[in-house]
Design a protein around this ligand. Structure first.
Ligand code: MTE
Ligand code: MO
Length: 395
């Protein structure tokens, strides 16, 4: 997938000219986190701590295909809400035959599933994107992504229990968090097409109402006691601290669907109105080792990272290619992890670098033959940045 080609601004590819090597590394340069020094929180580096917005170091991130929960990025728009598990009820309302109020116990008694899926923030790699001109928003490097085992009830089974009326076509999710917005507060919300919610296959439900992450009760930062997980969609559609599901004939009017999370260029009112919400994430790949600006000896160098197929059903990563000569020649990397739909792969290879080698580049190709784009259009919010990933090195 490429971004809409409506840009009057420059195309964007990360390049040496656009930033100094020292400014690129997650840990090598505190300056890359803006004015404030990054704060270490457990195994994450926090951009902000209230609310928590934090990502892991890339070398830690690719240590395992399944991301340990303490290395999983956290993206929250407001502090973790206080929820009482005993009195908690998930509301299901709107265009349904029978509105529901379900306790955690009742949800646990519905058909359960366990799925492995990658979650990624639409703003992952925003930091690189912002080099063309500054972008507001968390300056994510390449760590706003993780792969976890999610377990819980299948969303469609709850919808069937409530009885979806024929005029419904979208499923809204509202969180229990309280996000400051225009001098007032709103819950974080999302919505997905009803068809996506009902698109269960033997391997993968269209959407999950998740109560466990990596085999343990969800951690508060990740949405305890209940969150949605929508495989293939940007993280923003997987609402944490889920309190209410509403069936409707239109997408949610919540700010995070109606206004935020759109690919717009200038952000005038008509452009926001015309542009639809982002749902799926695009193909991507990232070099996690070596680090930007790392000094390397001439000769063979190990290069490793992750690659993510686009969030289409059945699409996987076919190949990951690495170049040390500016893209003239490419070497195919070895994929060392399972290759599944909706999941990243981990890859590594060795490549020859010599005196004068300035950068190492990676790109990925999916099972449909679609390629990660060399460059993408700049957009106002810095979403879905997936140009070839370039890491400057010193040999
Ligand atoms: N209620 C609520 N749900 C939310 C958010 C939030 O701020 N509030 N952030 C969203 C965004 S933008 C992302 S990328 C993912 C991040 O999930 P994680 O913090 O478990 O990694 O949660 C999504 N769900
Ligand atoms: Mo996000």
């Amino acid at each position: 997938m490429t971004l809409p080609a409506h840009s009057r601004r420059s195309f964007l590819e990360t390049s040496l000219a656009a930033g100094t090597a020292a400014g690129l590394g997650l840990f090598s340069s505190p300056m890359s986190f803006g004015q404030e020094a990054p704060q270490v929180v457990g195994r994450l580096m926090a951009h902000t701590t209230v609310p928590m917005n934090a990502e892991p170091a890339l070398k830690d991130l690719i240590e395992s295909w399944m991301t340990p929960t303490d290395l999983f990025y956290i993206r929250s728009h407001a502090p973790v809400p206080k929820i009482d598990a005993k009195s908690f009820r998930l509301k299901v309302e709107g265009m349904v035959e029978q509105p529901l109020e379900l306790s955690l116990e009742e949800i646990a008694n519905l058909p359960q599933r366990e799925v492995v899926a990658t979650m990624t923030c639409a703003g992952n790699r925003r930091y690189e994107h912002s080099r063309v001109s500054p972008i507001k928003g968390v300056p994510w490097q390449e760590g706003a992504i993780g792969n976890a085992k999610w377990s819980g009830a299948i969303l469609s089974s709850i919808l069937k229990k409530a009885g979806v009326r024929p005029e419904a076509s979208h499923v809204w999710f509202d969180g229990l968090d309280v996000v400051p917005h225009n001098e007032s507060t709103i819950p974080f919300g999302a919505s997905i097409p009803l068809r996506k919610a009902m698109d269960d296959t033997a391997e993968m439900p269209g959407s999950l109402l998740c109560t466990k992450m990596n085999g343990e009760a969800l951690k508060p930062d990740h949405g305890w006691p209940l969150r949605t997980v929508v495989p293939g969609y940007i993280g923003a559609r997987s609402v944490k601290w889920l309190g209410k599901i509403t069936l409707s004939d239109r997408p949610s009017p919540n700010h995070y669907v109606a206004t935020a999370y759109k690919v717009v260029e200038e952000g005038h009112d008509l452009e926001w109105d015309e542009e639809g919400p982002i749902y799926r994430y695009p193909i991507n790949s990232v070099i996690c080792n070596p680090s930007p600006g790392e000094a390397l000896n001439a000769g063979k160098v190990t290069v490793a990272g992750y690659a993510l197929p686009p969030g289409y059903p059945g699409v996987t990563i076919r190949a990951v290619q690495v170049s040390a000569d500016g893209g003239k020649t490419w070497k195919r990397a070895r994929v060392s992890s399972p290759v599944n739909q909706y999941c990243w792969v981990l890859w590594s290879t060795t490549i020859d670098v010599k005196s004068g080698t300035e950068e190492i580049i990676v790109r990925a190709i999916d099972s449909e033959g679609d390629r990660q784009p060399r460059r993408v259009d700049w957009n106002l919010k810095g979403y879905l940045f997936n140009a070839w990933h370039r890491v400057p090195v010193k040999v």
